[in-house]
Design a protein around this ligand. Structure first.
Ligand SMILES: *Cc1c(COP(=O)(O)O)cnc(C)c1O
Length: 380
């Protein structure tokens, strides 16, 4: 089946007992065992039929063997990091989601794991960071908020050469744009709160493994740690996911038009978008992505106040998060990336002035008129 069809018919898309075309929300904590051990489900932390539907769907979409749904993207990431133990070393992309940085820096380090952050676009630097204790390479591509693109296939190869797991947070792309498991990666994960859910109405996380044995280990941890996605949220998530392809096509088209608009604006000093032919990562993006995503970051000219710009918009919503129907704009240094110490942030290229835009699916005319409004507010 093609991707668009898999979204609709993949996983468990109808109720096997009644034929209802929407999978029911199974609000049950436990299940009757007709004989001891003889039941498909036992207890809803371990497995729930509504959760199973969304887990099967993401496994299909990402071309993996097993899918797992969690209460949030952060819960998914924490569970994946629980594959490792004290003394293990993990190489992490230097431009990861702020919450992932916080989890590593203020929680996981206390458990005796060690981390080295590297610009994973630089394969020599990644290889140089490998020590005898290294167990995994963890990264995002595109990154947040600078939209750097790492060559996924090259990282997976490097990982296999050194017997390391490669793990990719695919939140910014979604499986519509790229499927890392096809490129050799071992684990792909998502904050489903973004493009997969798509409607700013659910918090969730998803993990997919390529290897069945690794899937069993993640499943064991999902049950042991227990940060699972509840039945209502599982239903809402699979409902949102069904329109992913339709939404992504609209997101991508709007993003391209907004990029062209921003590129021609004298008020824009710098622009970060993988589809920019002048972007150093353009060739890798073109090779591995089906479309360039719908995130654009930019810096205004130094005399222009980015706070005034974002606060004068009327259509584009000033808010954290991304991947929603509605366009969302924010200033990472003051909002999503505020937890990262300023010196580290600047060192990683995230200036105080940087603006991040998640392009939604509104009519492009209204979005461009809104950006005009923003520029008018900072130009005298
Ligand atoms: C939002 C986000 C997360 C965290 O997900 P939550 O669902 O908010 O816990 C992780 N990675 C990326 C890239 C994200 O954008």
């Amino acid at each position: 089946m093609k991707f668009d069809t898999e979204l609709i018919h993949g996983g468990i898309s109808e109720d096997p007992t009644t034929g209802a075309t929407s999978v029911p929300i199974y609000m049950a904590s436990t299940f009757h065992q007709t004989k001891i051990g003889e039941s498909q489900y036992e207890y809803s932390r371990t497995g729930n039929p509504t959760r199973a539907a969304v887990e099967a769907l993401i496994a299909t979409l990402e071309h993996g063997t097993a899918g797992f749904a969690f209460a949030s993207g952060s819960a998914a990431i924490n569970t994946v990091f629980s594959l490792f133990a004290a003394g293990d070393h993990i190489i992490v992309g230097n431009d990861v989601y702020g919450g992932t940085f916080r989890l590593i820096d203020s929680v996981l380090k206390r458990f005796g794991m060690t981390f080295t952050t590297v610009d994973t676009r630089d394969l020599t630097a990644v290889e140089a960071a490998i020590t005898p204790a290294t167990k995994a390479i963890y990264l995002e591509t595109p990154t947040n908020p600078l939209l750097h693109i790492t060559d996924i296939e090259a990282i997976a190869k490097l990982g296999h050469k050194h017997d390391l797991l490669s793990i990719i947070d695919n939140t910014f792309a979604s499986p519509y744009i790229q499927r890392p498991l096809d490129l050799g990666v071992d684990i792909v994960l998502h904050s489903a709160s973004k493009y997969l859910g798509g409607h700013s109405d659910v918090i969730g996380g998803l993990v997919v493994t390529k290897d069945a044995e690794l899937g069993e280990r993640v499943g064991y941890l999902q049950n042991a740690i227990g940060s699972i996605l509840a039945p209502q949220e599982s239903w809402l998530l699979q409902r949102g996911m069904k329109t992913l392809a339709l939404r992504m096509r609209a997101h991508l088209s709007n993003a391209e038009q907004i990029f062209n608009y921003l590129k021609a604006q004298p008020g824009v000093a710098k622009i970060y978008y993988p589809g920019d032919p002048d972007n150093p990562d353009y060739a890798v993006a073109k090779k591995q992505m089906n479309g360039f995503g719908a995130m654009i970051s930019f810096e205004l000219q130094p005399q222009m106040d980015p706070k005034a710009f974002v606060e004068h918009l009327e259509v584009i919503t000033l808010a954290e998060s991304l991947g929603a129907l509605e366009s969302l704009i924010e200033i990472p240094a003051l909002m999503t990336h505020g937890a990262i110490p300023r010196d580290i942030r600047i060192q990683n290229g995230i200036q105080d002035e940087l603006i991040r835009l998640s392009v939604g699916v509104e009519d492009i005319t209204d979005l461009l008129a809104d950006l005009d409004r923003g520029f008018a507010s900072v130009t005298d």
